[in-house]
Write a protein that binds this ligand. Structure first.
Ligand SMILES: [Zn+2]
Length: 348
């Protein structure tokens, strides 16, 4: 098969478009002929590598992918057929639980004790084929766009689990989203609006703020003009503060804690700014604040949110599509934050 892979960590130059043996589906797995893959910032972090990350080289990036089932591994485990057959169009849930541990059995598979993420710890979707357990698949209507499906899977399940399950966001609440452009942030804007919340977005580029407004953001704050944007949030909420903040930057936590009302919740699923930073503990206890972290979602959340995608209630924001062989250029666009919404790879 054709794949984009790397033999050692490094910059975009380590990515090679080349031939690589297609995987064989194991019992209970489906071999997927991928047509579209979507990029996530994690792809670039995995390519760059970090202390303690040990990969079987060569490694293939990519958590998100959609295509059709080329073959099913046999035998199929009981109860895992899900009614899928060769030829069905599917999108992959990259959140790989073992299916056996106490957390997986309690439908908390994103807390699995032997957790893997497609494209991070095992070879991913920048390739013509990938093999994954059948329970990781969501069957798509045949006419649903495979690029939109691939673009949805990781970011919508992550945002859904964080806002709805961890954050318990309610109709009528106000949510502040720190950052206007990223995939999880745009998904969060849409999910918050679907629930009936008021959405404030703080961003640094007029173009991205306008785009955030076009998908439903109610109040926009330009942080290039107001570096202490917590004051602007305070004023925009009649000096009350917001109920919920979505902060996947990290280094902005102090401003986010200030922007929250008493008893508010700070939700985080990432740290695009930096992993380590200081916070003032007095804000936490004096304002009765909660910081709620999560990553990915459960199989049930994934199905719930994909049902909303395929019925058009949530609509992924598509940025640009590159051919698979140009994955390096696609990653550069993402890493430089030039995109609004999802970048996908066309696998042909
Ligand atoms: Zn498990």
């Amino acid at each position: 098969m054709k794949a984009v892979l790397f033999h050692q960590h490094g910059g975009p130059e380590v990515l090679e478009y080349t031939d690589f043996p297609a995987p064989e589906p194991k019992p209970g797995e489906a071999l997927i002929r991928l047509r579209a893959a979507a990029l996530n910032r994690m792809d670039v972090m995995v390519r760059n590598g970090w202390a303690g990350l040990k990969l079987e080289m060569p490694h293939i990036n990519g958590a998100d992918g959609a295509g059709e089932i080329a073959a099913l591994g046999s035998p199929l485990p009981e109860g895992e057929g899900l009614g899928v057959r060769a030829g069905d169009h599917v999108v992959i849930n990259a959140n790989l639980g073992c299916g056996k541990c106490e957390f997986c059995l309690a439908d908390k598979d994103n807390m699995c004790r032997d957790w893997h993420l497609l494209g991070e710890t095992i070879r991913g979707t920048y390739a013509e084929f990938v093999s994954v357990p059948i329970r990781q698949l969501y069957k798509l209507p045949n006419d649903f766009d495979l690029h939109q499906a691939a673009a949805s899977a990781l970011v919508y399940q992550t945002a859904w689990h964080s806002l709805v399950k961890r954050g318990n966001l309610q109709k009528g609440e106000t949510v502040l989203i720190v950052g206007a452009g990223g995939g999880v942030n745009t998904a969060s804007v849409q999910i918050a609006k679907l629930i009936g919340a008021q959405v404030i977005v703080v961003g640094s580029e007029a173009r991205k703020l306008e785009q955030a407004e076009s998908i439903g953001a109610d109040i926009l704050i330009d942080r290039s003009k107001e570096s202490d944007w917590s004051k602007a949030v305070f004023l925009a909420t009649n000096k009350r503060g917001v109920d919920v903040v979505v902060d996947n930057v990290g280094t902005t936590f102090m401003l986010s804690l200030r922007a929250l009302r008493k008893g508010g919740r700070l939700l985080t699923v990432g740290n695009s700014g930096a992993p380590k930073f200081e916070i003032d503990n007095r804000y936490l206890f004096a304002k009765h604040l909660s910081i709620l972290g999560s990553t990915m979602s459960t199989l049930a959340d994934f199905k719930e949110v994909m049902d909303l995608i395929v019925t058009g209630k949530l609509k992924p924001i598509m940025d640009k599509t590159f051919p698979l062989k140009d994955a390096a250029a696609a990653q550069e666009r993402l890493w430089r934050n030039e995109n609004f919404g999802k970048i996908t790879l066309d696998i042909g």
